[in-house]
Design a binder for this molecule. Sequence first.
Ligand code: COA
Length: 227
Amino acid sequence: MPEIHVVRKDNRHLYEPYFDPYFRWRHEIYVKQRKWMALDRPDGREIDQFDTEDAVYLFCIDNGQLIGAMRALPTLLPTLMSDIFPYLNIRGPIRRSDVYELSRIFVIPERRGEHAGPRVEMLLLTAIMEYGISVGLTGFTIVLESWWLPRFERCGWKAHPLGLPQTIDGMSVLAVLVDCDDTTWKSLCGQIGLTRPILTWRGLAGLNRLALPDISLPPPAFAQPAQ
Ligand code: COA
């Protein structure tokens, strides 16, 4: 099973070798493949103004290779929603210490759509809930393409629209607030067969967080006593 590592300013030095491939993958995926040309940079690394020391990254690592990632930004600081797409949120920007903004979720092409184990994307969606609960978050804002909504619905992420979808560069895009709660996390764990928290908190012993317990999943149907 791949590992999901929490990378923050306090332990970033331990993950420096992963940052160059990480930013290169972002360029490959978002600029070259998805053609989000506004993100293009001549050095072949997709890095934006939100990749500051306050950004938190989840790195999915398998056999020493980065195979997927996600970024979380404090909404008390500038975010994509507050600075680039404010018109998507009709109620005005959300700036709360218990809400982070998610962006740049990706899985490298050769590890997408896997069926032999939990999909890497599902691991990331589960892991970010675990992260949020562990550090006391109650929600995530996201600027996303509307094709995510049925995917969230299927996996149990509760996404509340903050405005109407708008067409941006040919894509239908909207802003949502997703609940970060224990029930969603446990449901995701159940869907992918996780019985314990998955996150690796290397070098983060000083971080104030809740240590989540193992999860008891209901026994498989065949093990239940006959009625
Ligand atoms: N537009 C519409 N649907 C898309 C899509 C896009 N740009 N990217 C993926 N999907 C849909 C696929 O059509 C597929 O649907 P299907 O199962 O009904 O055929 C489904 O999502 C699965 O996608 P797939 O890429 O096979 O694998 P995955 O579930 O393992 O990974 C992502 C999903 C989004 C993580 C992966 O496609 C990815 O890394 N994409 C590039 C990065 C990206 O665009 N991130 C979102 C914006 S930050």
